[in-house]
Design a binder for this molecule. Structure first.
Ligand SMILES: [Zn+2]
Length: 370
């Protein structure tokens, strides 16, 4: 299997398997990764840093110049004698990504995002379920494409539920989807490459790639229409053999509790999802939800040895009684060595982690940059 990158900081990879690719594709990824990580540099710098020959690098840079991905940015200031080296860097004309986030409570978010995770335009619309939701996804993707003034690299979609490596949604009870070939459907209808990932896994990728996430270990819980989770260990988001890694929303915390969308009773999601939290605005109920969350997280944090725990959702609901109760539960239900080092923090929805993670996923799948 080909490694996408051999950069020394360790392979942070969004999701799934490394793409098979020819040597040229691999070499392009090496050059682009260097430019993303360390900014503009000369062809000679790139040759030295990637281990490729100068002839190969010049050839690759020519291709990237033609596609508008990189640009020549003038000469390095203050150079020594001789012909000054021309710097190449990522261009303002580089392609953009259409990103969609299906994790909201009845809301479908979409954005055009540049390859650095910058949101260029954003839009939100209603999100239903079933086939209607598929049409809403296609419509928003089309509208965003119409507004794009640069080439679109692909469509990235973050959805709740269990998603396979081909972008099929195997099971998403809140959306009424099962065995839905969403990536293939979007690709067919829009004629663009499409990649679909679990919303929480993509949010975890984004917090590690563009945010403050600990690349060595991160547990991120998404609290929206449902409750999901993503686990990142040693730079890699785990999917697990069942593809259901992180699905903590459906751990039963109250056997007598209300019926959940999944069919069980008293799942964590029935008290922690945003609709339930909005109904339960009393401090004690928010604290109970936080305490239950902490109890579900404690064995996970202990087992994996993770210190960075993120609650991603509406800050007005999470940042207060709920966060403190989660921290207290973790502190009392884990080994003191672990408890002293675990830090639970809230990342507000405004950070748009699912959208940015969807963009990072497309970037990785299409050009091999992590
Ligand atoms: Zn459930």
């Amino acid at each position: 299997m080909t490694q996408v990158t051999t950069r020394p900081r360790g392979g942070r990879r969004p999701l799934g398997k490394v793409l098979p690719g020819d040597a040229r594709r691999h070499h392009l990824a090496l050059v682009l990764q260097q430019l993303f990580d360390d900014g503009p540099r000369s062809r000679a710098d790139l040759a030295r840093e990637t281990g490729l020959t100068r002839v190969t690098v010049s050839d690759l840079v020519s291709e990237l110049l033609t596609t508008g991905m990189v640009a020549e940015l003038g000469h390095r200031p203050g150079v020594r004698q001789g012909k000054p080296a021309t710097l190449v860097g990522l261009a303002d004309t580089a392609p953009v990504v259409i990103a969609l986030d299906l994790s909201g409570d009845g809301i479908l978010r979409g954005a055009l995002i540049d390859l650095h995770g910058g949101i260029l335009t954003a839009e939100a619309t209603a999100l239903s379920a079933g086939e209607t939701a598929v049409r809403e996804v296609l419509d928003l993707a089309r509208r965003l494409r119409e507004g794009a003034t640069r080439t679109v690299l692909g469509v990235g979609i973050g959805t709740p539920g269990i998603v396979d490596h081909n972008g099929s949604v195997l099971h998403a009870p809140n959306l009424g989807w099962s065995e839905l070939g969403l990536a293939a459907r979007v690709q067919d209808e829009l004629g663009l490459p499409a990649h679909v990932g679990n919303d929480a896994n993509l949010a975890t990728t984004a917090e590690s790639t563009f945010g403050a996430g600990d690349e060595a270990g991160l547990l991120l819980v998404t609290i929206g229409h449902g409750v999901g989770g993503g686990v990142l260990i040693d730079g890699r988001v785990l999917s697990g053999p069942l593809l259901s890694s992180g699905e903590i929303g459906h751990v039963v915390v109250d056997a007598e509790g209300p019926t959940c969308a999944c069919g069980n009773r008293g799942c964590l999601e029935t008290t922690l999802a945003v609709p339930a939290l909005r109904r339960a605005d009393a401090a004690t109920e928010l604290a109970t939800a936080g305490q239950r969350l902490g109890s579900v997280l404690s064995p996970v944090v202990t087992t994996l040895g993770i210190a960075d725990v993120v609650l991603y959702g509406p800050a007005e609901l999470l940042d207060g009684h709920l966060l403190r109760a989660t921290q207290d539960a973790l502190a009392h239900q884990t080994l003191p060595f672990v408890a002293q080092q675990v830090h639970v923090r809230v990342v507000p929805l405004e950070n748009e982690l699912v959208l940015k993670g969807a963009a990072a996923y497309v970037r990785y799948r299409e050009i091999g940059v992590v």
